[in-house]
Design a protein around this ligand. Structure first.
Ligand code: ADP
Ligand code: GLC
Length: 523
């Protein structure tokens, strides 16, 4: 690619904040495109038009337009599915929402009341094709298609197997191109796609999009791809594995997680394929949206503060949080915060295991916000009934409350079993709420344990434990509580280190841009 040409990246994603979000994927796909635009990239984002997106536009009155006359169609099993396109442009990023009532106008993104939709394979194999159909329908000059997680794992597959003139697997497998009669594969169209490169980002290896083998027929892809080295996984069809095999490059959201996923412990049975693709695998740490997560301007919190004023602002936020949650109004009681999906990944059962003892013997308070797993939810619920003035639970999804906890707590707990990157520990750092984390993935890459040595050399910005068990978490917590109570000047200097960390997207966006440039350099 000529340097003067603008790099055009098409993000294909199943979530993008503020329109749709179940977790960090939405945050990343909301913020990274903006950061890339600031570096001179052109970014288009293609994503489903869920009910939450329609609600968002209705609630905010922000402008969006239906692209009349544009219909995207793609085969799904024996049917041809057609969808409309809605466009909005924000901060220089073009958002294209794929409108298909049956598939996307639903309450949940992937499930309803905890039960996965039965047609997720259909919905996302259609969406993956629609993302590529958009390129022809709007004649976009795309250099790189950037897919995210299993939901768009088939984007690199369709690109290679259907949209390009030749599949990269033709020769090595001895199988023909997988083009089936129902796919429109004119030479003209192939030319447009031949130079497009693909990258897939793994945000969470546990969620792979695994379906029974018959789903192959729904994708319309040739059964010759249903082999252990391509789309098949222990007898099932695996969308994420397919994306890993077919894309030109693979990234994940922290350098540590990039290493971890190549091991048996964290590899979720995909370590073999990831080891094979190791030369094309990179870990690029997420950033955070520093406009949305800024204690100096945050609209949700009781008092704004920054590095100079946190000693005045944070206690006000803490008092307001204690009051709103019905906790004892005591400025000196350590307040421990959690904002999280309730999922085994997050290791929150360790907190449930020792909360009563911590309240009774250490006199701490908890402010917990989250939803998901009901067993964990009910354990927390019982604690909140037993200790109403010390243990507060908000069993819901609330953006406002997540900001209030980030600002008002003293410590923020993330005992995750694994954590590809994690955003909340970074929000905590920026809000001077010291994170206490398990040493895995992105937590390892962002939190430096405030040991005596690291307090002295000014690098400690939180607290780390190394073994996934209550005793080791308690050990780290004991140390944190001791510093909080008995070494107040050190506590403040750790807060200063935390609040000074560079967490912006700019550095990471530059790494993505370098990657796109490397990938397209040979064109
Ligand atoms: P994950 O994507 O694994 O859930 P991350 O730390 O990357 O973990 O991102 C989680 C995101 O979701 C953060 O922005 C966090 O504030 C938000 N979040 C999680 N649970 C809730 C909740 N109950 N209410 C509001 N925001 C939440
Ligand atoms: C996933 C991971 C989380 C990461 C997020 C955004 O949901 O669980 O660690 O921060 O994706 O990349």
């Amino acid at each position: 690619m000529w340097k003067e040409q603008i790099m055009h990246v098409l993000f294909a994603t199943s979530e993008v904040a503020p329109y749709s979000k179940t977790g960090g994927l939405g945050d990343v796909c909301g913020a990274l495109p903006k950061a890339l635009v600031r570096l001179g990239c052109k970014v288009s984002v293609v994503t489903p038009y869920y009910k939450s997106v329609a609600d968002y536009f209705q609630r905010t009155g922000e402008p969006c337009e239906s692209l009349y006359g544009v219909t995207l169609s793609a085969p799904v099993g024996n049917k041809t599915i057609r969808a409309g396109v809605i466009k909005a442009t924000v901060s220089g990023v073009d958002f294209y929402f794929i409108e298909h009532n049956d598939y996307f106008n639903r309450e949940g993104l992937y499930n309803y009341q905890g039960i996965d939709y039965e047609d997720n394979h259909e919905r996302f194999s259609f969406f993956s094709q629609a993302a590529l159909e958009l390129v022809t329908a709007l004649d976009l000059d795309v250099n790189v298609v950037h897919a995210h997680d299993w939901q768009t794992g088939l984007v690199p597959v369709y690109l290679d197997a259907v949209y390009k003139s030749r599949s990269k697997f033709d020769v090595s497998s001895g199988f023909g191109n997988s083009v089936r009669p129902q796919f429109d594969n004119t030479a003209d169209r192939a030319q447009k796609f031949d130079d497009i490169k693909s990258v897939i980002t793994i945000h969470n290896l546990r969620h792979q999009g695994r379906f029974w083998r018959g789903a192959m027929d729904v994708t319309g892809l040739d059964w010759s791809y249903f082999t252990y080295d391509k789309m098949e996984f222990f007898g099932q069809l695996n969308f994420l594995k397919s994306g890993i095999v077919f894309s030109d490059m693979i990234t994940t959201v922290s350098p540590k997680y990039a290493q971890e996923i190549q091991t048996e412990e964290f590899g979720e049975r995909l370590q073999g394929v990831l080891q094979l693709r190791s030369p094309s695998l990179r870990g690029i740490l997420n950033g955070i949206d520093i406009d949305e997560w800024n204690p100096a301007t945050d609209k949700y919190i009781a008092a704004n503060y920054d590095l100079e004023t946190f000693e005045i602002g944070k206690p006000k936020c803490k008092a307001a949080l204690q009051q709103e949650l019905g906790l004892n109004q005591d400025p000196n009681t350590p307040l421990l915060g959690v904002v999280s999906r309730f999922d085994p990944q997050k290791g929150l059962d360790l907190i449930a295991d020792c909360a009563a003892e911590l309240i009774e013997h250490e006199g701490v308070q908890f402010a917990i916000l989250g939803s998901g797993d009901e067993t964990l939810g009910s354990r927390f619920h019982m604690l909140s009934k037993r200790y109403p003035q010390s243990f507060a639970l908000r069993n819901e999804f609330s953006i406002g409350m997540s900001h209030k906890i980030e600002a008002g707590a003293d410590l923020f707990l993330m005992p995750s079993r694994y954590e590809p990157c994690g955003l909340n520990q970074m929000y905590s750092l920026r809000y001077g709420t010291l994170p206490l984390v398990h040493d895995v993935g992105g937590l390892h890459d962002t939190v430096v344990n405030a040991s005596d040595e690291n307090i002295a050399n000014g690098t400690g910005n939180g607290f780390v434990f190394y073994w996934e068990n209550v005793d080791d978490m308690r050990r780290a917590l004991n140390w944190a509580l001791y510093v909080y109570r008995c070494r107040k000047d050190d506590w403040k200097s750790i807060i200063r280190t935390a609040m000074s960390s560079d967490l912006s997207w700019e550095k990471s966006a530059r790494e993505y841009l370098n990657l796109y440039e490397e990938m397209t350099a040979e064109n």
